[in-house]
Design a protein around this ligand. Structure first.
Ligand code: SAM
Length: 218
């Protein structure tokens, strides 16, 4: 790893909120955890367009944004989040400043749900994404919506990643009066039954599944 990358990670990890959320990060050895997979996949695939649905403080959009920046080909991350947890994503200037703090200016935020995004001009104008990362509201119904919103828009070798696939358990993310059960795992179990898909579900951190069209492997 280059010293520059170590410096970048050390700066990132000064914010404790970027070391949380089940991506198996570890501060002691500047370990991005699953972030290495997000970064490495985008460095290897070199997509021009990436979509991220949902993030608490931007760990995933920043891993992918850093990879696209390091690819040096002008790639763009489109980050969809209505800021339902708190006000963090509500002020566009503060959002841009947050990403700029880590040298990133290639992440475009949309303050909306996926349901609203698919009705927007941005959705219709979006070029084919090579990577879609689903990490918004973690019910089976919502991840199905998120997946189907982009499934037929992906590049031929495109990959959809799902976070929080490992545990079916209550989430208190939206406060004590809005506890719900995460059921992403149930959706991944259904995708595994589809012979047209390759599904790799990794029991790392809170779980990460990679899904792609089987036919594209030829
Ligand atoms: C807090 S993240 C989950 C934590 C995540 N594992 C991380 O690393 O940040 C979930 C995010 O999804 C967003 N969200 C909730 N419902 C959504 C929807 N329908 N469409 C898009 N994003 C949504 C919330 O605003 C929240 O910021």
């Amino acid at each position: 790893m280059s010293g520059d990358m170590n410096t970048w990670i050390a700066e990132l990890f000064r914010d404790p909120d970027l070391v949380r959320m089940g991506h198996a990060q570890r501060v002691d050895d500047l370990n991005l955890g699953l972030g290495w997979l997000y970064y490495g996949l985008a460095r290897t695939m070199r997509p021009a367009v990436v979509v991220v649905i949902g993030s608490y403080r931007g760990f995933v959009p920043m891993m992918l944004g850093k990879a696209l920046a390091d690819n040096g080909e002008g790639g763009q991350v489109h980050f969809i989040d209505p800021s339902y947890v708190d006000d963090f994503w509500k002020d566009p200037a503060a959002v841009n400043a947050h990403f700029a703090r880590y040298g990133l200016n290639n992440i475009r935020h949309y303050l909306m749900t996926t349901q609203q995004f698919v009705e927007s001009a941005a959705y219709h104008e979006l070029a084919a994404p090579g990577i879609v990362f689903v990490d918004g509201y973690h019910t089976e119904e919502q991840v199905r919506f998120d997946y189907e919103a982009f499934r037929d828009r992906l590049t031929a070798d495109g990959v959809t990643l799902f976070h929080d696939t490992r545990y079916v358990k209550p989430s208190r993310m939206y406060g004590p009066d809005r506890i719900y059960t995460r059921t992403v795992k149930y959706f991944i179990d259904k995708l595994r039954q589809d012979p047209a898909l390759q599904v790799l579900d990794l029991p790392l951190g809170d779980g990460l599944a990679l899904v792609r069209r089987a036919e594209a492997s030829a």
